[in-house]
Design a protein around this ligand. Structure first.
Ligand code: C5P
Length: 235
């Protein structure tokens, strides 16, 4: 996956129960290929739920945002290697050593898996960064964490779509870049503030866009997913 491949849609499966999530997947059918399983469903239903999603033919992005000492994160990556997962997140702010250990575990146990480091959460503004004693801008901090991530050999990044252009300028086409905070034109922004349309994010170099509520809350979620795919193809 690089910027030269078409940008793909990942559904954020942010629903409360296994039953609701599986009913949504049954409705969505082949209107999309990728599903993001996050902390809510993974904490409630665990690895079996990941297998159920994969058994329905979807590729799984497991968004666990791992952040711990290097050995613990490496062992978690080793455990996840037994699951049908293609993308897994960890926090870049865990530091270079944690990222290297995680990548080493990936290479040994799950060479098919791509790791993605979350840079600055889109919920963080500069006042919050300052409260953590980070005095650079959010964009500079994203670029700094991206440097550490890519030097550690990690395959990709999660960031806001607003950082796509400076990241592609500095690091080129090869890192995978995944962007949430996407809203089709005219859709409710919900609480997301730094948003882009699917087409604009694809044009700015996103490898995968993550979309939740604009699909989950649509009157016809499969039609909403297909409309976003069509917008990505038109880019
Ligand atoms: O419903 P919506 O499209 O806003 O969902 C976006 C998804 O992306 C959610 O699962 C959210 O947790 C995730 N996400 C985000 N911002 C980040 C990282 C992940 O919105 N920085």
């Amino acid at each position: 996956m690089s910027q030269n491949d078409p940008c793909q849609l990942i559904l954020a499966l942010d629903l409360e129960t296994r039953e609701a999530a599986l009913a949504m997947l049954d409705h969505l059918g082949d209107s999309l290929k990728w599903v993001k399983v996050g902390l809510q469903l993974f904490t409630a239903y665990g690895p079996d739920f990941v297998r159920e999603v994969a058994d329905r033919g979807y590729k799984v992005f497991l968004d666990l945002k791992l952040h711990d000492i290097p050995n613990t994160v490496a062992k978690a990556v080793q455990s996840i290697a037994t699951l049908p997962v293609e993308l897994l997140t960890l926090h870049a702010s865990g530091g270079g050593e944690m990222l290297q250990w995680a990548n080493q575990a990936r290479a040994e146990h799950a060479p098919h898996l791509n790791l993605l480091a979350v840079t600055v959460l889109t919920s963080m503004d500069e006042a919050q960064l300052r409260s953590l004693n980070v005095h650079s801008t959010a964009e500079d901090q994203v670029l700094h964490l991206a440097d550490i991530t890519l030097q550690a050999g990690i395959q990709g990044l999660v960031c806001s779509s607003l950082e796509l252009t400076p990241l592609r300028q500095r690091f080129g086409n090869s890192p995978i870049i995944v962007t949430p905070g996407i809203r089709p034109a005219g859709a409710a922004s919900d609480e997301q503030k730094r948003i882009m349309t699917p087409r604009a994010a694809a044009a700015a170099g996103s490898s995968y866009i993550v979309v939740g509520r604009p699909i989950l809350n649509a009157a016809d979620p499969a039609a909403a997913a297909r409309a976003i795919q069509a917008e990505l193809r038109a880019e």
